[in-house]
Design a protein around this ligand. Sequence first.
Ligand SMILES: [Zn+2]
Length: 244
Amino acid sequence: MVTLAAAPPDEDHPLGHHKAEYFSSGFEGVLILAAALAILWAAGHRLADPQPVEALGLGLLLSIVSSAINAGLAFAMLRKAREVRSMALEGDARHLFTDVWTSVGVVAGLVAVHLTGALWLDPAIAILMALNIAREGYALVRQSADGLMDRAVEPEVLDQIDRTLEGFRHGTIRFDHVVTRRAGQRRYVDMHMHMPADWSLRRAAALRTSVEQALMSAVPGLRASIQLLPMDVEAHAHDQKDLV
Ligand SMILES: [Zn+2]
């Protein structure tokens, strides 16, 4: 899905394939939820009918070592995911983290039972871990759904856009109908730029180019689309009221 998302626009998808990442992260979220349910189910049985815990020996040791490696990988992936704003990578990183939490739960359960002799501690810890994993899975599904539904850009990106427009806004220039959305790594903003009706089209277009360039350098990866309008004309008779 990361490869697909990076594919250039084509005839069928003229805006690109950036949203492909949300399928991947949403699916990982569902898998994580399924894992949480499986753990809850198994732990519920154990809680109702406590069993002596089995010492896992070499298996346990391997599990601890692989978890430590997974944790390192997950941290590295999460950092990269934030950097390149990749939902698919972030989903993968969170998936790895849930594996780590599962192993932590196994070890904590064994140690707790060993120290106290209370068999119910093992399934109780498993249930706590499962709830934590379920929370992660749910967050991932929700974020992916948000992305598919064109969620507005992050507040800090919106602030950046506002501050940039402020530099161009004065008596004769007005920006309104500012609408943003995100699609995978991309950020989009649409808006009106109102200007004096007697400006030449050349002058208006030149100003628009400056605004677009300022926006794109303020927010890397942003795509701005700006509609030019005279000061006293709105684009549609039934437009929603001005947002900015
Ligand atoms: Zn307007």
